[in-house]
Design a protein. Structure first.
Length: 486
């Protein structure tokens, strides 16, 4: 007869240890996604989008299995934030509904123009989407981003994990920044294939603007804007008011600043600023600068615990990084590009906006179907560029056109709810990390919202995934205890 010598308490401890290790491995797989996503041109090509979706779906499946087996428990962030999940789910479900076959009588209610178009074509199957196959692919991407939002709420359940997520995001941007600087300064061409897993065929030749592993310098700028916000938030979480009793304490403190984690993170932020300036992105640099001023002013006004060191740091970011460091690495070229932006130079983009607004007027309630801009726009184009246009260079117009008022309203409400939550957190919380991450979310969201007025960063999966995470962070921070895992 075999007697189990272990007590129930020992069995419980072993089971708890196993659960922690499994959960930690799952979190590592989750954080690793942010390192991978920017590498294959922002994951914008079909094969890279598939990798992203499979990665996130597998994460969601593993989380579900661990929850069912008792090795993982639902976090307070998930339990207390059902409303944002519902809002994001509504938009995802709407995209799925857009590509479903529906009777002509019902379609005429949602989209009379689409109903007339399908009727004239004598189509057997009618849908809100003018191209349901493309919209179905967009539904899979939207579902992946929804699951990423949910997985973030579940897995980022301690301050330790929140900090490591922030470090991962900054580290991923640092890799992109180094690649962008080296590739641009060395003038080394590189290649990638758009449609397969091989790295061949399409040669990318550096052309005066840093791109890193992106195909568009403005999209690299979008990633750097949001990542810089996270890095600044991390550094803010390390800054505290200090009172020195003697010169030895003061000397020890400044030595830690020069040699410790703060100094290393500060150097990384400077490198990210250099890469951002080298993209020569007009709105990218403007959005970073404006969002830093707005978020800094809001943070200092609302936070009761903003120390003098935080104020000095935010000012140094504007003066040292942008004016001094930036001038060495091409900030004047950014100013020149902004100065050379004339009405005539932007006339073609204005024509695209005008034609897009005409399309929105025809499909304002239900949209043309997610992902259908590039195939539908030629039929409405009256003037402007003769070259191929795949995006409108304005995320607001593109989302409104493709999703309609029905699909965009939940996204707007989610964004407003996220902003309200983080502003509330800035007022009431004392924890350095919680304050820092709410600042990161505030600055990152403002930056990309500004940039989205003239570009389509949110159509790039890597940038969309990072933005989704920034929107989720205030809900995560709201439920984390001030001393938990810090």
């Amino acid at each position: 007869m075999i007697v189990d010598k272990h007590s129930p308490e020992q069995h419980s401890h072993v089971a708890h240890t196993v659960s922690d290790r499994i959960s930690s491995l799952l979190f590592i797989a989750y954080a690793g996604l942010f390192i991978w996503l920017p590498v294959p041109f922002g994951s914008k090509y079909p094969w890279a989008i598939s990798v992203m979706e499979i990665w996130i779906f597998l994460l969601a499946i593993m989380v579900t299995l661990l929850l069912a087996s008792g090795h993982l428990h639902l976090s307070d962030s998930y339990k207390q934030n059902k409303t944002p999940i519902v809002l994001l789910s509504l938009t995802s479900l709407w995209i799925g509904f857009q590509c479903m076959p529906i009777p002509e009588s019902i379609l005429a209610i949602f989209s009379p123009v689409a109903a007339a178009t399908f009727h004239d074509m004598h189509a057997q199957h009618m849908s809100i989407s003018l191209d349901p196959v493309i919209t179905w692919l967009q539904f899979l991407k939207a579902l992946a981003l929804l699951l990423l939002f949910i997985v973030t709420l579940i897995l980022v359940n301690t301050q330790t994990r929140l900090r490591w997520l922030a470090y991962t995001i900054v580290g991923s941007a640092f890799i992109q920044a180094i690649a962008a600087i080296v590739l641009e300064l060395s003038n080394i061409p590189y290649a990638i294939n758009q449609y397969t897993y091989s790295v061949t065929n399409q040669i990318i030749q550096p052309a005066g603007r840093a791109m890193g592993f992106y195909s568009n310098p403005d999209h690299l700028a979008g990633l750097l804007e949001m990542s810089l916000a996270v890095g600044i938030g991390l550094l803010i979480s390390m800054l505290r008011s200090m009172h020195f009793q003697n010169w030895q304490q003061r000397l020890r403190h400044y030595s830690q600043i020069l040699l410790g984690p703060k100094a290393r993170l500060r150097i990384i932020l400077i490198i990210l600023c250099i890469a951002l300036v080298m993209t020569h992105s007009r709105m990218g640099n403007s959005a970073f600068f404006i969002s830093l001023i707005i978020a800094g002013a809001i943070f200092i006004t609302l936070s009761r615990h903003a120390s003098k060191s935080v104020v000095i740091f935010l000012i140094s970011m504007m003066v040292l990084d942008i004016m001094i460091v930036g001038s060495w690495f091409g900030f004047k070229k950014v100013i020149e590009r902004i100065g050379n932006t004339t009405v005539a130079a932007e006339a073609q983009r204005g024509d695209v906006y005008e034609d897009t607004l005409s399309m929105i007027n025809s499909f304002k309630l239900s949209g043309i179907g997610a992902g259908n801009y590039f195939s539908t726009f030629p039929a409405y184009k009256q003037q402007g560029p003769t070259y191929y246009i795949d995006h409108v260079h304005n995320d607001y117009l593109e989302f409104l056109l493709e999703l309609g008022v029905i699909g965009c309203t939940p996204l707007l409400l989610l964004l407003l709810l996220s902003m309200r939550t983080l502003l509330h957190e800035l007022r009431r919380r004392r924890s350095g990390l919680i304050l820092g991450m709410n600042f990161a979310s505030l600055m990152g969201i403002i930056a990309i919202l500004i940039h989205s007025g003239v570009d389509f960063n949110l159509q790039v999966p890597a940038n969309a995934a990072l933005f989704t995470t920034l929107v989720a962070l205030p809900f995560v921070c709201h439920t984390l205890k001030s001393g938990e895992g810090s």
